[in-house]
Design a protein around this ligand. Sequence first.
Ligand SMILES: Nc1ncnc2c1ncn2[C@@H]1O[C@H](COP(=O)(O)OP(=O)(O)OP(=O)(O)O)[C@@H](O)[C@H]1O
Length: 271
Amino acid sequence: MKLKVEELTTTIDQKKIIESVNLCIQEGDFVGIIGPNGSGKSTLLKTIYRILEPDAGLISLDQENIQHLSHRVFSQRLAVVSQEGSVPFDFSVKEIVLMGRSPHKNYFERETAQDLEKTTEALSKVGLTGYEERSFPTLSGGEKQRVLIARAFAQDASFLVLDEPTNHLDIHHQLHMLDVIRASNVTILTALHDLNLAAAYCDKLFVMKDGNLVTNGTPKQVLTEELLQDVFQVKAKVLSHPETNKVHLMYISDGMSEDVRYQRFKQFLQN
Ligand SMILES: Nc1ncnc2c1ncn2[C@@H]1O[C@H](COP(=O)(O)OP(=O)(O)OP(=O)(O)O)[C@@H](O)[C@H]1O
């Protein structure tokens, strides 16, 4: 499923949060949105998944304006894992994942064997088999996040939008979850803070700064020392991962540089 965003502008409280954003995502791509805190990543994603209404611009899925799709049809095509993943009531894990099936059912229709099968499959993908009857509020932050990813898998949409899907996960589950998401063979648009994960998993990156998309391209094209300094205000060495050959960043904080200089000076005095 292909997504096209043209000249998108979203205003909140009379302030333009994103302005004239253009992006195009081809079917099957794994695309990352990166940018510093407050640069507008979540606002862009929320406008794409219709929580926010744009002031201007057009968003289309397979050349159909998303504003013309019913809520049900839109949810059959696009699933979301948002940052605000709180669930207001005391639902069980199984009930929450089953909610992902609702766009495929009529209003009062009970769950079918296929819905239960999809739920079991989705929980297995995120490593939560056996958690079906657990109450959602009793789960850890990382377990909750994995349940919400399972709900999105159960929705069976061909476009998946994720806002920081790994922010509560330990490193094993970050890698596992991104592997599972990539293996799902759907088109992915995800905001990611971890630039090394973005470099390792994304085919293409869009970079946001102050509500604008400033550049896009493959991780190798985008993640340059100049861009890291200009957009993220960090010094980094851009290396190539020895095993995967993907871009790998090594950050240098001013404090670290001072420490290195101090160690060198101490060595100099000792010699
Ligand atoms: N409902 C709102 N009311 C007022 N300001 C808002 C609202 N939502 C977002 N903003 C502002 O819009 C800007 C962009 O926010 P957004 O959440 O899109 O950034 P982000 O890039 O996702 O940030 P982060 O990396 O911190 O999650 C911020 O300055 C934020 O304070």
